[in-house]
Ligand binder design. Sequence first.
Ligand code: GLA
Length: 302
Amino acid sequence: MPSEAVSWSGRAPGRVNLIGEHVDYLGGLVLPAAVNRFTEVSGHAAGEWSVESEVPGGLAYVRAIGEELGAEPQDVTVSSQVPPSAGISSSAALLVAVAVGLKPDMDGKTAALACQRAEQRATGVQVGVMDQFASALGRRGCALLLDCATLDYELVPFPDEVAIAVIDSGEHRNLADTPYNQRRREAESGDPKRMRHVQSEIARVRVFVEALRHRDFARMGQLLKESHRSLRDDFEVSTANVDAIVAGADAIDGCYGARIMGAGFGGSILALLDRPKTEQFVSSMHRPVLVCTTADGAYNPR
Ligand code: GLA
């Protein structure tokens, strides 16, 4: 490739969701946090869109966000520490990194909405705004309590003593091949079982935030366990394999609680841990575990 001058670059983090699953696209409350795994991109104007990336499908995302932002075609290079399919939203990190590179002065909320539309366009999956919002506007040392109806948000301090672990279920899937859109339609049409999850999950977000403010880690863990049962039984987005991993994680000393995280249908599991017991937890899990800390979003000053 000819060496051309780099005209822009951007960087954005992945995210975890502490609680508030499958409620963002219904205008519910969610509590994600940006985490310290980043995607970096650089690019320059070119005759057509092209992307150099280890991440499969990168071109569709880059082109979709570029077009949302009204950018000219670009030649883009991607380097990512956000493992694809690990459940910490590598796609949101890529979209937000391109957005901040192309439009660093944009308002973070507007950028998150553009990234959400780009993700929907690139994949056909009618995702909510949570992942892109967290990657854009998360803050180190904090979780982000987001009201998806108004996009008002509040930063809630997240204590250092609690470690955030993301366990890979080994069941990697492309969201477009899952019933994600079907679940969204069922919930939007008011299906009683799906609504029972949605209403109870939003109530759990509120209680979790109170527990977090009072540093009641045991209560936070219980709420994760309740969230998992609701996602398993009422929203039906878990798998037998994930249920077994969650049960295994819950049984390890130092784990406050665990649950399926993100869209589900496989994917990843979140566990909150007593920090000094992290190493022991990771070696007892016998599967890939990412231990994360909270980080600044791309549209927050570093
Ligand atoms: C995916 C979507 C989010 C959200 C979660 C489920 O991560 O991108 O918008 O709907 O699933 O909470």
